[in-house]
Design a binder for this molecule. Structure first.
Ligand SMILES: [Zn+2]
Length: 555
């Protein structure tokens, strides 16, 4: 019997993180999925137009005039465009030039991250962006907070299978507001390979430093001073660094909803000091922190070892830095290729896709009944389309109605769905139904396994960078036992694609154990035994280690 630990559901720019107790998060099922839209819909193929735009040309010559759509046309009935760039699929009925401006901004952020972090970005499926033409039209699509639409101009919803950015376009000649929320969350996503290692203050500090991202066209700038943090730091004493290091996801100081309070302010200050501050020795040594953490040193120890000093000494220096009051941003020249143009691919989406997209957005922010209304309308509009079935399938999966989810998704697949998520969730629902009440799996009959395997392979073929499909396929192969090497390969790849999901390590360790490599399994489990690892995972890892020791008494 093999246990599959489910990946914790992530939430709305941390909203759910802040509100759900830890245990509940770990037991939650992955938020369901949706589609990388490249549907060739029988209903209205002629409507689909593929256009290649070069952003700079459009902006320079003002090609692509305002959409001319007025507010009297209901939102779902307006003309919606899909604009695809290297890392984003943007859906909007707003003015194309505003959408291209947004696309450029997001792509430049992505590029700036690579420049500044000097790290290889982890590949992931494109992020879905819904850009509403104005704040009024965004309102019905805002997450509810205590029963009311949250007061947000933009938000980033992280899911284990789809990342979603939702915002209102600022309109002509107006700057984007609240992009800091988007950049903060996007930084978490881009830096996720450090998730298992970094203490929370560094994750949040880094996200805040990057959140002020600006570009002048010839250079990028991050790390501008953040007024509300400085105001608070002027009023409240700094937390002792030992206390800052001990803040965890379940601490009261951690609040991703408003990112306020001394924890965020001081995390920003310390990260700013170490990245951009006026102490050249600390700046030079800071780069050693992550490698020392990776060697298994505890955060506080790795920190003082990296900086070759003591915590009180850093505290004194940090106070001095704050008192000095000069916070110089980091500026880097923008490579020429980036400041000139980005390639975007635009097409008009069909009405059924529009209804589906809006329903999917509501599904992601947990407004399930509203989502259902949109999917049902989509179905009335285009009964032959796979999209409404996909939406209803995802919705059923989210509601825990496994049979209905499998039925709807099968219907979507038979109607020609090309969604990697539909294939994946269908496989997952089918497979989950074979587990016992404790999520333990035993070998399936060959034909049963073949169907699940086939769907996962299709999902991977459609989206090779989708980690969850690799993980599930690896797990299935491990349980089946016919191809343990392939099982390990898929699980390794899943870990590479989703380094922030420590549960994948547990699957890999089980596969290595089955493949008669207890030493490798033990090494794989090591990060799960660290004090900062999730408690449930640590307990499971501990049990598995005991099992390894029982079976190899020589060790
Ligand atoms: Zn954050």
């Amino acid at each position: 019997m093999s246990s599959r630990l489910v990946v914790p559901k992530r939430g709305l720019g941390g909203w759910l993180d802040a509100d759900l107790p830890q245990a509940e998060r770990c037991n939650a099922l992955p938020i369901s999925l949706v589609t990388f839209l490249r549907q060739s819909l029988k209903v209205s193929l002629p409507m689909i137009r593929h256009l290649l735009w070069v952003l700079a040309v459009l902006l320079a010559f003002g090609v692509g005039t305002a959409s001319g759509q007025t507010n009297d046309v209901p939102l779902a009935q307006r003309r919606w465009l899909e604009t695809r760039t290297a890392h984003f699929n943007i859906y909007s009925c707003g003015a194309p030039q505003d959408v291209y401006k947004l696309a450029g901004r997001l792509e430049q952020f992505c590029e700036a991250y690579t420049l500044l972090a000097g790290a290889q970005a982890v590949a992931s499926p494109p992020i879905v962006v819904l850009a509403f033409p104005d704040h009024e039209s965004l309102k019905p699509f805002l997450p509810l907070y205590q029963g009311q639409p949250a007061n947000l101009a933009a938000f980033f919803n992280r899911g284990s299978d789809e990342n979603l950015i939702v915002l209102a376009l600022p309109g002509a000649n107006t700057a984007f507001t609240e992009m800091d929320v988007i950049f903060h969350e996007y930084t978490h996503l881009l830096f996720r390979h450090n998730d298992p290692l970094w203490p929370l203050w560094l994750k949040e500090g880094m996200a805040e430093v990057y959140s002020t991202f600006e570009t002048t066209g010839v250079q990028v700038r991050i790390g501008s001073p953040i007024e509300h943090h400085l105001r608070l730091l002027a009023q409240k004493p700094l937390m002792p660094l030992a206390e800052l290091f001990s803040v965890a996801h379940d601490s009261p100081q951690y609040n991703e909803r408003d990112r306020q309070g001394i924890f965020y302010a001081e995390s920003w200050l310390l990260t700013h000091f170490l990245m951009a501050g006026d102490n050249p020795e600390y700046k030079a040594c800071f780069g050693q922190f992550t490698p020392l953490l990776a060697q298994g040193q505890l955060p506080m120890r790795a920190f003082t070892n990296a900086l070759q000093t003591t915590l009180p000494a850093v505290e004194t220096e940090l106070r001095r830095y704050l008192k000095r009051g000069v916070f110089t941003p980091i500026e880097l020249p923008l490579p020429a290729y980036l400041s000139s143009s980005i390639t975007v691919n635009t097409r008009v989406i069909t009405p059924v896709e529009t209804w589906f997209r809006l329903g999917d957005e509501l599904l992601r922010i947990n407004r399930l009944n509203d989502a259902e209304w949109y999917f049902t309308r989509a179905q009335k509009l285009a009964p032959a389309s796979p999209l409404p079935y996909e939406g209803l399938g995802l919705l059923a999966a989210e509601r825990g109605k496994s049979d209905e989810a499998a039925r709807c998704l099968k219907e979507a697949l038979q109607r020609g769905s090309t969604s990697f998520l539909a294939h994946y969730i269908y496989a997952e629902e089918k497979y989950r139904r074979t587990a016992d009440s404790q999520d333990r799996y035993t070998r399936l009959k060959n034909d049963e396994a073949a169907e699940i395997r086939g769907e996962l392979q299709k999902s991977i073929a459609l989206m090779p960078s989708f980690g969850p499909a690799h993980e599930l396929l690896g797990f299935l192969e491990m349980v089946q036992g016919d191809s343990l090497t392939m099982a390990e390969q898929h699980l390794q790849l899943a870990i590479q694609l989703e380094p922030e999901n420590p549960a994948y390590l547990f699957s890999l360790a089980q596969a290595q154990l089955r493949n008669r490599n207890p030493d490798a399994a033990r090494r794989t489990l090591e990060p799960l035994l660290l004090p900062n690892a999730d408690a449930k995972l640590r307990a499971h890892a501990g049990e598995l280690i005991k099992e390894i020791e029982r079976n190899s008494p020589g060790h």
